[in-house]
Design a protein around this ligand. Structure first.
Ligand code: GLP
Length: 241
């Protein structure tokens, strides 16, 4: 595990955008795993800037997002499809057909999950997977207790996750109860992983992720067993390490 300690959110975003744009320059056909939430927003802004300055192009890249809420269609402003379009895709040159996000309104969600796995395999796997981390240590939407052998699956969201994410919705009742997420093994199959963590609220969880034992109770601790992980975290997030 490589830990990069940065001053604040801005520096974290800058460091992450430098890493991702270098990868993209070295491999234009990069298969990029993407994340949502507020953590990567600054990174996406910087990638858009670099694209606008003609420093990088996403024309040949492929993307796979980690997760999507069940029951929200693509037009719903809280769907991760909508988020990705607004935060990144519509501002860059990636053809939309090269972007992949689980379909939260698929009629057969089990098939949606196995199809998603197949798609990732067909592209030769994910070269670099970006991760945020939930307060309880979830990655994607793999909540505490999720088996490390899980592949893309439908999950029931923890009450604490629904509460944490309620800030994006009109009310807690509007937050979906289920989601489709890449499994922990799907994430661990990525050739490289970059996780971004910012803010004091995540400090004790991050301490466990870096120094604690590997346990299903804190899903991100599994990253200790990945051969190529970089955690970029700010001083506040690393204040307990
Ligand atoms: C959501 C997403 C995760 C994300 C987490 C943290 O639950 N499914 O992929 O990492 O929230 O969100 P934030 O970055 O807003 O703290």
């Amino acid at each position: 595990m490589q830990i990069i300690k940065v001053k604040d959110y801005e520096e974290m975003s800058k460091k992450a955008s430098d890493i991702l744009s270098d990868k993209l320059k070295g491999k234009p056909k990069l298969v990029l795993g993407l994340a949502t939430g507020s953590t990567p927003e600054g990174l996406y802004k910087l990638l858009i800037e670099q694209y606008k300055n003609n420093e990088i192009s996403f024309k040949q890249a492929k993307t796979f997002n980690l997760d999507e809420y069940v029951g929200l269609d693509r037009q719903d402003s809280n769907s991760y499809y909508y988020y990705m379009n607004n935060q990144l895709f519509k501002h860059i040159d990636i053809p939309l057909e090269q972007t992949n996000i689980p379909n939260g309104i698929a009629t057969d969600s089990d098939k949606e999950c196995s199809d998603y796995e197949k798609l990732i395999k067909e592209q030769g796997g994910i070269d670099i997977q970006l991760l945020g981390m939930g307060l309880n240590g979830h990655i994607g939407f793999n909540e505490p207790g999720t088996p490390f052998t899980s592949r893309t699956h439908v999950v029931t969201l923890d009450e604490s996750t629904r509460q944490a994410n309620a800030r994006f919705f009109d009310s807690l009742d509007d937050v979906p109860t289920n989601a489709i997420t890449m499994g922990i093994e799907t994430i661990m199959d990525s050739k490289e992983i970059v996780m971004l963590v910012s803010g004091e609220a995540k400090a004790s969880t991050l301490q466990q992720v870096i120094q604690g034992e590997v346990t299903k109770d804190v899903p991100a601790t599994i990253l200790q067993r990945h051969p190529n992980v970089t955690i970029i975290a700010d001083e506040a997030a690393l204040s307990k390490v």
